[in-house]
Design a binder for this molecule. Structure first.
Ligand code: ZN
Length: 164
């Protein structure tokens, strides 16, 4: 872990993170037993977070506060879509307020269930954290060179990354 590599494009960064909202409440965090592993420079985390990580080393801690535009976007009012239940996994279990992942024109993304009908579901396409100013507390756990295969796949393999 202490080989002294700095974070830069095409290196693998292992990190722990906690995201807090304006009130200091944790809205998301990495699993305590397994740091998140990202291939840096390939959009696997928010661009502003990638930028903040450049040049950091294992053991560094940083805190970055992002306005909605740099985090998960401004909240767009009435940005809802009606989807046939047959395109929604586990549609029978859906309840308003639930966050689910749905295939959209922008690829798979988290949406929030607004209303559940007999055959259709209305979802809010805003990211659940849209419109929030968020503070990311990050601890860099390790930095290593990526393998050729990881660079080809544009994501990390093994602990904290993809398993396939
Ligand atoms: Zn892969």
């Amino acid at each position: 872990m202490s080989d002294g590599l700095a974070v830069e494009r095409d290196r693998v960064v292992q990190l722990h993170y906690t995201i807090r909202d304006e009130d200091g409440a944790a809205v998301e965090q990495s699993h305590a037993d397994e740091p998140l592993a990202i291939l840096h420079g390939h959009g696997n985390v928010l661009p502003a977070i990638e930028q903040a990580l450049v040049g950091r080393h294992a053991g560094d801690r940083l805190e970055v506060t992002l306005a909605p535009a740099d985090a998960f976007g401004e909240r767009r009012p009435d940005w809802t879509q009606r989807v046939s239940k047959k395109y929604v996994p586990n549609a029978a279990r859906l309840r308003p307020g639930m966050s689910i992942r749905l295939q959209t024109d922008q690829g798979p993304r988290p949406v929030t269930v607004v209303k559940v009908g007999g055959k259709v579901v209305d979802v809010d396409l805003n990211h659940p954290l849209a419109g929030r100013t968020l503070t990311f507390a990050i601890e860099v756990i390790g930095v290593r060179e990526a393998s050729a295969e990881e660079l080809e796949h544009r994501h990390v393999h093994g602990p904290g990354g993809h398993h396939h």
